[in-house]
Write a protein that binds this ligand. Sequence first.
Ligand SMILES: [Cu+2]
Length: 194
Amino acid sequence: MRAILILLLTFTVVSANAGTTYDVEIKKYKFSPNQITINPGDSIRWINKEKRQYHSVWFKSIDALEPDYLFPGDTYTKKFNAAGDFNYECGPHPKMLGVVRVLEANTQGYISVDKKQELLHLLKHDCGSCHGMTLAGGLGPELSPDSLKRLSTDQVVHTILNGRPGTPMPPWRQFINENQAHWLAEQLKQGKTL
Ligand SMILES: [Cu+2]
């Protein structure tokens, strides 16, 4: 059971490294979210969710020509390999603005909003498979601010990264780096896991 879990996780993480695609909706003359932070190699897919209105996604600093209009239901996908902040707008409605922030590869110490969401998702689904979906306990103990009071943040980080040998608690070092484990430990200790 543990082997299967690790196998599944390996697959998820490997496919994430090959580039993740994030959706941005176009609705009511707005890009939503209008600011998104991604890693190099990730892609954004814009989806026109309007009932009637067409729009475009135009990176004037990258694309000399405005790309085709997106009619309701149309999508437009763009991959970002270089780090930097890339502003875009809608050709027909220049007040519709957005920005794609592409991080430096291997940025240490900084955890993007999307990565944080990914970690919270992992917490709910993977940690939750043992600790309970609401982290109230299962095969593994409850993970609440109260139950973790007796452990320092560093001890929680240590447990996440190395597991508890001789118990079902597996090490997560392969999937979660030290910064990320630290951030997760803080969320757990503060009960900010939703
Ligand atoms: Cu528009």
